[in-house]
Design a protein around this ligand. Structure first.
Ligand code: ZN
Length: 431
């Protein structure tokens, strides 16, 4: 196609819509909200009309305005939420959509990951989570899933995807315990050792279209390398090289860290969020504050630990008890001292579609429902670099709107009673 032809076509389209020649019917959705928390942290409002045009919120009008009084539309669909509580779509900053809860990663194929991902994406959206950050998935299916959702072919939340973990050989994310002949098959796409390889591993993920980089600084919580005093799995130079490379390419960095030294390494390297942050202490809390780094505490995982503690090997039981009984108090301390929190459930490790459980946990550690909802909306949006688009109900923002029965400010568990889910102006679940 010649440039002149394209320009002419563009000009015709622009002029056409300008002067009303467009054949597209002008449609809008008018939401009547009985109670609405337009922005977490501010008082909720009563009796508000929200006008959605296309993917965006176009007007917020006090009272219930009659559809007939809004001119310029061929069709206005009314959503009656006068008996519901309306909020911005929720954001989960830590999920693994391709991972089946209690699935067997040694037998699942790329095809199964993709299909399970589509299934879990729908569960997540139905639970009111309109945006997620997927922090670690094998293969390329997570990018395909993200693109299929963005293209409107599959129902699911907006996804920011990390792809493969950046991990050292044999580290967290590089499965071990197999016959050497299987290593190649089981290797994470992001394994690296040394400065050059770690730069390259990050570049490779970004080449594969990763939106964010996930690095595993320590072992998993149930592994020796995930203990409170364990040395980080990375040497400082290779870790810093990975973080620098991501930032140079304008990608944020989320770091899995349980042990104190791993958290310290991540904070000192200037990462954007620490995931889990399990074994924090007073000094670590001060360092979090100084650096302004987000903590995504994935508290829900403690439900699993509680349920399984008696079946665990003896050496790990003591650690599990400490995590269940002591660390929530430390997280509460971190919150009270002003550390920034974003909600992350670690869904995949915990059941998909139960992401709102994390809000209950945030309240359990001492947040008010408003603060927990801030972690699940505004803070998630800021951490994901999307605060101009999502996280609150305001004119010009993406129309990511949910409604629940009951009042989540009185009882946070009401957030589970989802009545409506709208993402980018499209209704996926309705009363
Ligand atoms: Zn995780």
């Amino acid at each position: 196609m010649s440039h002149i032809y394209v320009w002419t076509l563009t000009l015709m389209l622009v002029l056409g819509s300008q002067f009303g020649y467009s054949d597209e019917p002008r449609e809008a959705t008018l939401i009547y909200a009985g109670k609405a928390l337009l922005e977490a942290g501010k008082p909720p409002q009563e009796n508000v009309s929200i006008l959605v045009v296309g993917e965006q919120i176009q007007q917020i009008i006090p009272g219930f305005v009659e559809a007939g009084k809004l001119t310029g539309f061929d069709k206005i669909t009314n959503l009656d939420l006068r008996n519901e509580f309306v909020l911005p779509g929720l954001i989960d900053a830590h999920v693994h959509l391709l991972m089946l809860y209690k699935g067997d990663r040694t037998v699942e194929t790329e095809g199964q990951y993709a299909l399970n991902g589509a299934y879990n994406a729908k569960l997540t959206l139905d639970a009111g989570f309109t945006t997620v950050r997927d922090l670690g998935a094998p293969g390329s299916s997570i990018f395909a899933l993200r693109d299929a959702i963005n293209g409107g072919r599959i129902a699911g939340p907006r996804i920011l995807a990390a792809g493969a973990f950046i991990a050292v050989t044999g580290g967290h994310g590089d499965d071990t315990g197999y016959n050497e002949a299987l290593w190649h098959e089981r290797a994470s796409g992001g394994v690296c050792d040394g400065v050059i390889e770690c730069r390259k591993a990050v570049r490779r993920q970004i080449k594969r279209s990763a939106d964010v980089i996930k690095i595993t600084a320590t072992g998993g919580g149930g592994k020796p390398q995930g203990g409170p005093d364990a040395e980080p799995e990375f040497y400082e130079d290779e870790f810093v090289a990975a973080v620098e490379t991501a930032h140079r390419l304008e990608k944020k960095v989320a770091v899995h860290a349980h042990g104190t030294k791993g958290i310290q390494l991540a904070l000192n390297a200037g990462v954007d969020s620490v995931e889990h942050g399990t074994f924090l202490n007073k000094e670590i809390i001060a360092l979090f504050k100084r650096k302004g780094t987000y903590l995504v505490p994935t508290l829900s995982v403690r439900d699993n630990l509680r349920a399984d503690i008696d079946e665990m090997p003896a050496y790990i039981q003591e650690r599990a008890r400490y995590i269940v009984e002591i660390t929530p108090e430390l997280m509460g301390d971190a919150h009270r001292k002003g550390v920034k929190f974003a909600l992350g459930s670690d869904a995949g490790v915990v059941p998909h579609g139960n992401n709102a459980r994390e809000l209950e946990w945030l309240v359990d550690i001492g947040m008010t429902p408003q603060e927990a909802l801030q972690a699940a909306t505004l803070n998630g949006a800021e951490l994901l670099g999307l605060k101009d688009k999502i996280g609150k109900i305001a004119v010009g923002m993406s129309a990511d709107i949910i409604a629940v029965a009951g009042d989540p400010l009185a009882n946070i568990s009401a957030i589970r009673n989802i009545a409506l889910v709208m993402k980018s102006g499209k209704v996926y679940r309705q009363p």
